[in-house]
Structures are given as structure tokens and as C-alpha cells.
Design a binder for this molecule. Structure first.
Ligand SMILES: Nc1ncnc2c1ncn2[C@@H]1O[C@H](COP(=O)(O)OP(=O)(O)OP(=O)(O)O)[C@@H](O)[C@H]1O
Length: 236
């Protein structure tokens, strides 16, 4: 078994007195695609934000490549090679597309810098056509692409995508999934939350399903996709 890229165990998280995660275990191996599923409000975003260091009221153990990150701040997790495409995007509205991309750029921990501006623009031809536009002038889909492009230019080993296709038109959704496929093919691991559970199940190597802040089902995606167990957990 290959070593973990991200390994979290016994994760608890709270918002004030509200106890949201109850001892979650999750692992992502190098290059692996893990789909995180669950109905609304089951704790997916909270788990992601806890792994990234955004939720301060937390317990449990988080390691990146074996290094303890249980109490790490978000910038330390990012520096360790964990990229995040947040729900609701996260581009600078007053900077141009080029500035948004170039500002984010940094080599990987080992000094790789293969995700150049040119490669990123080749991945997102729409952004290439809008290099001088301000982030705030872009459509929702273009902002999402810019958000993913910014993360790629940080050379992460893992990209966490939280609802990357939410609220977008079908053609744009298809383009985002194409890019997610390219990202996976390039060897970057992904942790994906998306409402389209069938799509997630068809793209992922493994699935983890949350219910009320606990893992209720986990396993190989091909075995779980289309299973009655998965349907029961998701209430579909
Ligand atoms: N900032 C917050 N403060 C207080 N409670 C919160 C906060 N964010 C989320 N919650 C609550 O925590 C629980 C888990 O929410 P979370 O957003 O993690 O679920 P989710 O599975 O990502 O759902 P969704 O798909 O609706 O985003 C919910 O009960 C939600 O109301």
C-alpha cells in the first residue's frame, strides 16, 4: 500500500457549541481521486475546511505526507501542497485574469514549475481570451476556471474541489469535469465534493460518504457506484 498524501483520523469539529464532525477518518493517497458525498448539511464542507485549518475548534489527527498538520494554519497546509478551490470561488475581482494567475504562482515543494501561465491558459482557453478582463467581470463559470487555474499554478499535490460545478450551465459543467479529468491525468490527487454523485462516483477511485458528521460508507468507487447501499446513504 502506498503512503498517504493526506491522512486524517478521529476528526471532530464544532461551530460554537454545535458539534458537527464526530470522529471522521479520511485518507487520500498520491494521485488518487476521492469523492466525498453526503446529503446537504452532513458536514462535507466542514470536513474540508477542518482539514485545511480553517475550522479552529477541532480535534483529531491530520497529517500531510506523514507530517503532523493537526494544528496547522491554512497557509501552512497550502505550503504543504494542498490546494483548495472553495465553494463560491475565490478570485480577486479587482485584478485581471493574468494578475490573478501570476500572483498565485509558486513552484512545488520540490521546485517543479511545469504549470506555467501558458499551460494553464492552454487548459482553459476561455481564460486566454480574457486575460485583460478583471476577475469580477467574468461569468460564474469563468471565475470557477480562474479559481482552479490559480490553484494549479501553486503546483499542489492534492486539489480539494468543493462544489466546483455548483450553479453553472451544463456546457461549463462539462468543461470543468474535463479539466478535473486532465488534472487527475497529470498525477495530481483530488478530493471532490459535488452534488452530481453519479459523476463523482464515475470519476473517483474511492468514495467516502458522510451522514451527520460521521463516515457511514467508504470504499472503492466502482464497487459502490450504483449500489443500493450508496443510494440509501444519499437518500436517492
Ligand atoms: N459557519 C457555520 N456556523 C455554524 N454552523 C455551521 C456553519 N457552517 C456549517 N454549519 C452547520 O454545520 C453542519 C454541516 O454543514 P456543512 O456545510 O459542512 O455540510 P455540507 O455537507 O457541506 O452541506 P452542503 O452541501 O449543504 O454545503 C450543518 O448543520 C450546517 O448548518
Amino acid at each position: 500500500m502506498s503512503a498517504s498524501l493526506l491522512h486524517a483520523s478521529g476528526i471532530h469539529a464544532w461551530y460554537g457549541s454545535s458539534h458537527v464532525l464526530h470522529g471522521v477518518d479520511i485518507e487520500v493517497k498520491p494521485g488518487e481521486t476521492v469523492g466525498l458525498l453526503g446529503r446537504n448539511g452532513m458536514g462535507k464542507s466542514t470536513l474540508i475546511r477542518t482539514l485545511l485549518g480553517h475550522v479552529k475548534q477541532r480535534e483529531g489527527h491530520i497529517a500531510v505526507r506523514g507530517q503532523d498538520m493537526s494544528r496547522a494554519a491554512p497557509h501552512q497546509v497550502a505550503r504543504a501542497g494542498i490546494g483548495y478551490v472553495p465553494e463560491g470561488r475565490g478570485v480577486f475581482p479587482n485584478l485581471s485574469v493574468r494578475e490573478n494567475l501570476v500572483m498565485a504562482a509558486r513552484p512545488s515543494r520540490e521546485g517543479r514549475h511545469d504549470w506555467t501561465l501558458d499551460r494553464t491558459l492552454a487548459t482553459f482557453p476561455r481564460l486566454a481570451e480574457r486575460l485583460g478582463h478583471l476577475g469580477g467581470q467574468l461569468s460564474g463559470g469563468e471565475q470557477q476556471m480562474l479559481s482552479i487555474g490559480r490553484v494549479l499554478m501553486t503546483h499542489p499535490d492534492l486539489i480539494i474541489l468543493d462544489e466546483a460545478t455548483e450553479g453553472l450551465a451544463p456546457l461549463i459543467v462539462a468543461e470543468i469535469w474535463r479539466v478535473i479529468g486532465d488534472i487527475r491525468a497529470s498525477g495530481i490527487a483530488t478530493l471532490i465534493v459535488d452534488r452530481d454523485y453519479r459523476k463523482v462516483a464515475s470519476q473517483a477511485d474511492r468514495l467516502v460518504v458522510l451522514q451527520k458528521g460521521q463516515v457511514v460508507l467508504a470504499g472503492d468507487a466502482p464497487a459502490l457506484a450504483g449500489s443500493s447501499e450508496l443510494a440509501a446513504c444519499l437518500g436517492v
